[in-house]
Design a protein around this ligand. Sequence first.
Ligand code: CP
Ligand code: NVA
Length: 305
Amino acid sequence: MKHLIRIPDWSVAEVADVLRLAAEVKAEPKRFRKALDGQTLAMIFQKSSTRTRVSFEVGMHQLGGTALFLSSRDIQLGRGEPISDTAQVLSRYVDGIMARTYAHADVVGLAEHGTVPVINGLTDFNHPCQALADLQTIQERLGDLAGKKLTYVGDGNNMAHSLMMAAVRTGMHFACASPRNYTMDADYVALARELAEETGATVTETDSPSEGVAGAHVVYTDVWASMGQEAEQAERVVAFAGFQVDEALMEKAHADSIFLHCLPAHRGEEVSAAVCDGPRSAIFDQSENRLHMQKAIMITLMGAG
Ligand code: CP
Ligand code: NVA
């Protein structure tokens, strides 16, 4: 049984294959109209979502299947039914489960106890679907991924972790610029560095945004307070002072650099409106590619082969 829980669980070849398939799905959507004919995807959401929910639901429809939106507020999971029981019950009804949870262990538990493929639609630790879709966007805009520099500026969060591993699997050079108390998980960085040897990727960390973006082909940022961290918003705005991606910072990147953000964005905080809505920004291509990439992910995991 194959899942998408975190990017390093997929090999270099598997990441390359899903990127190729996503490009085909985007170019010729009609060819895949029956790819998941009659199948059902259960979508569990403990957190809000616009892009993930709509792109999975529309994607499943476009592949000939159906998607069920299950808010944890409405299903028994929200009243304490164990993840293990939820996984076993849903596996008797559906062909795949996508879940957005707080604890990463919950998505892992769904995969361990269920008997159908599980897709991580964001946890506090990872956001692999977004990072794979971002690889598609970077490839479309800049061509070959290997050797390009991707710099993430901001909180060492779920998005940073998945982008780091996406870079490592495709031979990109990944730099993360974060304030000292908001760096990425040290064990995950160590794993990334180990895996990087296979593709020639590199992983660097700095607390200087200017140093981080020097020569970057892609500059990426995300919110300073993620879902579940709303109470820390005020202290984070102070801690992240100097980490806004603005035009002055973009000037330090490669002359043809692009700006990416997974969205939702807070203009005036982690990114200036001028950059977010400026000529280098590819934010809405990123959102669109969530649809194509997730169709490719679902075909890979749930298709007849
Ligand atoms: N980028 C992303 O995952 O957006 P949503 O929270 O709207 O799904
Ligand atoms: N880091 C953000 C990503 C949202 C898509 C969060 O977890 O809220």
